[in-house]
Design a protein around this ligand. Structure first.
Ligand code: XIL
Length: 323
């Protein structure tokens, strides 16, 4: 049976995938994506980012986002919304205006109230779809655990994080509010920094429900401390999710690499299954055909569980074996 069916039977909320608007014109692709036996949850890969939703100050465009949420709704899937505040894919007006701290606070609050307000979960209405979570803050840390220098941190210090979380709670009170990052899946300075941030937010009564573990891994290099680290997050009383899983290799793919990839997918999925605070698993697109890896990491690819022709790879069997 399907990945989502198996994930739910194993106690998770969903198995899901990211998707992006250009692919939605490919009807073979959507015929798989629409199958909620496999994919019970969708994350818009780009459609909800700042440049896509507020390209000019206070001018909001929801066309691409609505295309994804219409699909989510008609398929009866769950939405993970991504993201509200991130240093990338920011329109230039946010950085070039040299906003003061109070002006940038208003810019953040206005962006969040409009965007998260528009996609607010409204079950039992025509617009209704199951909105599970927002990635409110994306990638706030450097790998050494220091805060990333960007327009938000440089103007507001780490207070931009609580400003964003408070605004998101007000705009969409039922959404789980997440902070999402990479290289926090395993123990180390960055995971510790994220845990310390969670503790600070909790003691300041700032809403924080979950942590997104992106999980962009490399074949043969999946961290060995996933479960230990996941448990440390769970012990703080937050939930978490595997939000952007893919496991890339240096091309060309070989039978050995594909077999190792199967093991690696098994390792990650079973780590989620071992910790009940792990709510679900999202692959950062399910087919190699539309994976972001080849364009971002030249020479690498074949990172997803289905090949370019939508055939199941050994990685798919690794996921099934873990579920
Ligand atoms: C990626 C998209 O998949 C690409 O299409 C885009 O060009 C760049 O962003 N971490 C994140 C995601 O949080 O938003 C990124 O998505 C991948 C890395």
């Amino acid at each position: 049976s399907g990945l989502n069916v198996l994930a739910k039977a194993a106690g998770k909320l969903y198995f899901g995938s990211a998707t992006d608007n250009p692919e939605l014109n490919d009807t073979t692709y959507t015929s798989y994506l629409d199958n909620s036996n496999h994919f019970g949850q969708i994350t818009p890969g780009n459609a909800l980012k700042w440049d896509a939703t507020e390209p000019e100050p206070n001018t909001f465009t929801f066309t691409e986002g609505d295309q994804v949420t219409d699909l989510v709704k008609s398929n009866g899937q769950i939405l993970r919304a991504h993201n509200l505040v991130w240093h990338e894919q920011l329109p230039s007006w946010v950085t070039s205006n040299n906003y003061s701290a109070s002006q940038l606070t208003e810019v953040i609050q206005n962006h969040i109230s409009n965007l998260a307000g528009h996609y607010k979960g409204q079950p039992n209405t025509d617009f209704g779809f199951r909105q599970d979570a927002w990635d409110v803050v994306n990638e706030p840390f450097n790998d050494d655990g220091s805060f990333r220098s960007d327009v938000f941190y440089d103007t507001l210090g780490s207070s931009y994080i609580s400003i964003a979380l408070d605004a998101a709670r007000e705009a969409d009170p039922n959404a789980k509010l997440y902070i999402n990052d990479y290289n926090i899946e395993y123990t180390g300075a960055k995971a510790t920094a994220m845990q310390n941030l969670v503790k600070t937010l909790q003691s300041d009564s700032v809403p924080i429900d979950g942590i997104g573990m992106e999980s962009h891994f490399i074949v043969g290099e999946v961290p060995t401390t996933l479960v230990e680290n996941f448990q440390a997050f769970a012990d703080l009383g937050v939930e978490f999710a595997i939000t952007e899983l893919d496991i890339r290799m240096t091309l060309p793919e070989t039978a050995d690499l594909l077999e190792q990839q199967k093991q690696d997918y098994y390792t990650v999925v079973s780590a989620c299954l071992q910790v009940s605070a792990c709510k679900g698993i999202t692959v950062w697109d399910w087919t190699d055909k539309y994976s972001w890896i080849p364009s971002t990491f030249p020479g690498q690819g074949a990172a997803t569980p289905f090949d370019d022709n939508y055939e199941e790879k050994p990685a798919f069997d690794g996921i099934v074996a873990a579920l």
